[in-house]
Design a protein around this ligand. Structure first.
Ligand code: UT7
Length: 332
C-alpha cells in the first residue's frame, strides 16, 4: 500500500522592520487611503540589510521542524519556493538552507513558481512521499522581495513584503488527516504580466540594467487582477468538485495574500463566510511564495488551526502559475 502525505507542522518568521503606508507616502505619489482601499494592505515587513532569503527561511523551517518533533537527520528532501533567492541562480537557496539546518546529503531544490510556489512545493512533496521516494519533506516559502522592488514605482512598491513560512510533510500509513489533493497549472502566454526582466540569459546582468530598472519586479497590475480572480475561482471550484467536497465543509480557506479584493471576490464566488476566509494581507502585504504558510502559521499561533481541520489553499502568480490544495491538517 502506498503511503499518504500529511502536513504535520507549520512555522513562520517575519523580519523586525516594518514599512507602513504612511512611510510609502513619503517615498512615492500615493496615499494611505488609496493603498488601503485598493489592496487592504496597511504595513509590510522588510528584511534587515544582513538578512537574505535563506536567513528568513531558516527561522521558519526551524520552528516547523521543532513543532513536528523532527531533527535534521529525519528530513530527506528540502524544497524552497522563492523568487528572491540568495543568489542568481547558483547555489540554490535550498542548498544554503539545508546546510544551515544541518541537513546533509539529501536532495535540496528550489521551486520557481512565484506566488504559487508553496503549492507547487506541496505538490512535489506529496508526489515524492506517495511514490515512496521520500518520507519526510521540508517545504518552505521564503521571500526577501524588498531587494527586487523598485521603490520609485508606486504600482508595485506598495504591495510587497518580506517573510517566510514552512511546513513539514511526512509519510503516514493512515489515510486520516492527509493531503487529499493538489492541483497546479501554468500559462506562459501571459509571461510579461509579472516579470523581473533583467539578469537572466534574455537580458544578462552585464547589459544596461539600471537604466531600464529591469532588475526589479514589474507588473501589469490591473490585467493580472482580472485573470487572478477568474483563474482562482475556477481552480478552487474544480478541486472541490473533483473531490466531492462542498465549500461549507472547508474550515479555513487560506488563499495567497495579494489583494483583499481578489480574496473577497473568490470567497464570495464560493459562498464562503468571513469566518472561513483567512486574511493576513493587511499586516504582511504580498509575500509571494511565503504568504500561504505565513497565514497558516498565524492561524496556528492564534489557536485556530487544529488537527483534522479541513484546509483549502489557493494561489496565483507570475508565470503565470496557479495552484490549489485540499488537506486535513495533521499537526498537534
Ligand atoms: O501576487 C501575484 C499576483 N498579483 C496580483 O494578483 C496583483 C493584482 N493587481 C492588483 O492587486 C491591483 O491591480 C493593484 C493594487 C496593483 C492596482 O489596483 P487597480 O485597482 O487595478 O488600479 P489600476 O492599476 O487600474 O490603477 C488605477 C489608478 C491609475 O490612475 P488613473 O490612470 O486612473 O489616473 C493608477 O495610476 O490608480 C493609480 N495608481 C495609484 N494611485 C495612488 C496606481 N498605483 C497607485 C498608488 N497610489 N500606489
Amino acid at each position: 500500500m502506498r503511503p499518504y502525505a500529511q502536513m504535520v507542522s507549520v512555522g513562520a518568521y517575519v523580519p523586525e522592520k516594518t514599512l507602513s503606508n504612511r512611510d510609502l507616502e513619503r517615498m512615492v505619489d500615493t496615499t494611505d487611503e488609496w493603498i488601503t482601499k485598493r489592496t487592504g494592505i496597511q504595513t509590510r515587513h522588510i528584511a534587515a540589510e544582513d538578512e537574505a532569503t535563506s536567513d528568513l527561511a531558516y527561522h521558519a523551517a526551524k520552528q516547523a521542524m521543532e513543532r513536528a518533533g523532527v531533527g535534521p537527520e529525519a528530513i530527506d528532501l528540502v524544497i524552497v519556493a522563492s523568487i528572491s533567492g540568495d543568489y542568481l541562480f547558483m547555489p540554490s537557496t535550498a542548498c544554503v538552507l539545508a546546510h544551515r539546518l544541518g541537513i546533509k546529503g539529501v536532495g535540496a531544490l528550489d521551486v520557481l513558481a512565484a506566488c504559487s510556489g508553496f503549492i507547487y512545493a506541496l505538490s512535489s512533496a506529496k508526489a515524492y512521499i506517495e511514490s515512496g521516494m521520500a518520507r519526510c519533506v521540508l517545504i518552505v516559502g521564503a521571500e526577501a522581495l524588498s531587494r527586487f522592488v523598485d521603490y520609485t514605482d508606486r504600482g508595485t512598491c506598495i504591495l510587497f513584503g518580506d517573510g517566510a513560512g514552512a511546513a513539514v510533510i511526512r509519510a503516514s500509513e493512515s489515510p486520516e488527516n492527509r493531503v487529499v489533493d493538489v492541483k497546479i497549472g501554468a500559462d506562459g502566454e501571459f509571461q510579461d504580466f509579472l516579470i523581473t526582466p533583467g539578469g537572466g540569459s534574455r537580458h544578462p546582468a552585464h547589459g544596461a540594467l539600471d537604466k531600464a530598472h529591469c532588475q526589479f519586479m514589474q507588473m501589469r497590475g490591473n490585467e493580472t487582477f482580472k485573470v487572478a480572480v477568474k483563474t482562482l475561482t475556477q481552480d478552487v471550484q474544480t478541486i472541490l468538485a473533483r473531490n466531492g467536497v462542498s465549500a461549507s465543509e472547508i474550515k479555513h480557506f487560506v488563499p495567497h495574500q495579494a489583494n483583499y479584493r481578489i480574496i473577497k471576490a473568490v470567497g464570495d464566488a464560493l459562498g464562503l463566510s468571513e469566518e472561513q476566509v483567512v486574511m493576513t494581507v493587511a499586516k504582511y502585504g504580498n509575500t509571494s511564495a511565503a504568504s500561504i504558510p505565513m497565514a497558516l502559521n498565524d492561524l496556528y499561533e492564534a489557536g485556530r488551526l487544529k488537527k483534522g481541520d479541513r484546509l483549502l489553499l489557493d494561489a496565483f502568480g507570475g508565470g503565470l502559475t496557479w495552484g490549489s490544495a485540499l488537506l486535513d491538517f495533521a499537526g498537534d
